[in-house]
Write a protein that binds this ligand. Structure first.
Ligand code: USQ
Length: 384
């Protein structure tokens, strides 16, 4: 397949590109490096030093016989993406190129607006470019499980059968997201569903849970030269990656509020397996297909427990500490999201447990001297 990875320099985009190249597909990457600027705004650095995209692509292309191409460009530049799609004519477009952080979007007005402009407008430009230059391409879009929020009913995969006053219809599942970032993905989903319905495009919207992990089989071929960006700070670091890093630093795991919030999780290797399953099993023309992409769901306290046990097995004495929740979110709630679609396509989930997390903790330990404890306590608050 000809695959275009948008946001191919990111935590997920880079390992996804390596995976597809290794499988023999023709891979092109696009990135505008805006994440670097966002990191610099806060002064945060990833834990593990990464080579520039140029160096990583060079290293990969020298050692593999299936080169990756890369382009520097911004989805906000409609002409750029339109011309690129005309040149490449991809069959699959994996879209990761969005501002990915909830705290970033909640830190001030400018960043809330940047998040929605960047994500929603970039995605719209992409939809127009697909319609014009490759209407048969399959758009695989990274959405988020957080689009649904924590409703008091079961969470279906994107759609809900509704009966109202004796009549029935299939509607987009009602959304109750928890940040301007999560909202940007809700807006994307609505725009994509509309484009599928009106223009006959085809899309898989992947409502993904919180990702954890710092290696994939392809990265492991040459970790030092190929590793991906791993954050543990309060803005870009996700919960499991933060907890594992805190444990290595002998810093109490920062559980926000009661810790009874439940979230869906997925290992970085399974993210890529899911993208692969979606890409190789495309929907039909005009279909807006939604998969919930997580393998496990747990409360933050349960998750902290697993990390504490795993750390103990490695001789690290970790503990959790409940701190005031900087976010406005439900801490006691019903949670039952479905995830049967990807499993029925063949996903064999990596279970989140003491053993799987051990390798992550060991790897973090190798970079212990880079940990900056000032990144741990949250300063971004939902109530400004
Ligand atoms: N949390 C803590 N302690 C911390 C950091 C976070 O208790 O030190 C809590 C948060 O309050 C929240 C949960 O952990 O209840 C998850 O927070 P997170 O920062 O790991 O995840 P979130 O902000 O929801 O966003 C992340 C990714 C985002 C993705 C989303 C999937 O940054 O790109 O869309 O996970 S989901 O959470 O399912 O919406």
């Amino acid at each position: 397949m000809k695959i275009l990875i948008l946001g191919g320099n990111g935590y997920l985009g880079w390992p996804t590109s390596l995976f597809f190249s290794k499988q023999g597909h023709e891979v092109s990457i696009v990135d505008n490096f805006v994440k670097k600027k966002m990191e610099l705004e806060f002064g945060f650095k990833p834990l593990i030093p990464t080579k520039t995209l140029h160096k990583r692509v060079d290293c990969w292309n020298k050692n593999q016989n299936n080169p990756i191409n890369f382009y520097v460009g911004d989805l906000l530049n409609h002409r750029f993406i339109k011309d690129l799609l005309a040149d490449i004519r991809p069959e699959v477009i994996v879209h990761y190129a969005e501002q990915p952080s909830a705290p970033y979007s909640m830190s001030n007005r400018e960043r809330a607006i940047f998040t929605q402009q960047n994500n929603v407008m970039g995605n719209l430009n992409l939809l127009f470019a697909i319609k014009k230059n490759c209407p048969d391409a399959h758009l695989v879009k990274l959405g988020t499980l957080g689009e649904y929020g924590t409703p008091n009913i079961d969470i279906e995969e994107g759609w809900l059968n509704v009966e109202h006053n004796g009549r029935k219809d299939r509607m987009l599942y009602p959304k109750k997201p928890g940040s301007f970032y999560h909202l940007s993905k809700v807006h994307d989903s609505a725009n994509i569903e509309f484009a599928c319905r009106i223009w006959d495009l085809k899309c898989t919207d992947l409502n993904q849970g919180v990702v954890y992990g710092n290696f994939t089989p392809e990265i492991d071929l040459d970790f030092e030269n190929l590793c991906t960006s791993f954050h543990y700070d309060e803005v870009f670091g996700t919960i499991i990656n933060r907890f594992c890093t805190q444990s290595v630093a002998n810093y109490p795991l920062t559980v926000y509020g009661t810790g009874n919030q439940k979230r869906g999780y997925i290992n970085i290797i399974d993210t890529i397996n899911c993208i692969n399953l979606a890409s190789t099993n495309p929907p039909k023309k005009g279909e807006f297909r939604v998969f919930n992409q997580f393998t496990d769901f747990k409360s933050l306290n349960e998750m902290a427990e697993v990390i504490i046990k795993s750390s103990k097995n490695l001789g690290i004495k970790a503990k959790a500490k409940k701190i005031q929740n900087p976010r406005k979110e439900m801490e006691e709630h019903y949670y039952n999201p479905k995830n049967t679609s990807l499993i029925s396509l063949g996903l064999k989930p990596i279970k989140f447990n003491e053993n799987t997390i051990e390798k992550d903790i060991k790897l973090i330990t190798k970079y212990k001297k880079n940990i900056d404890q000032e990144y741990f306590m949250p300063t971004v608050k939902w109530e400004i």
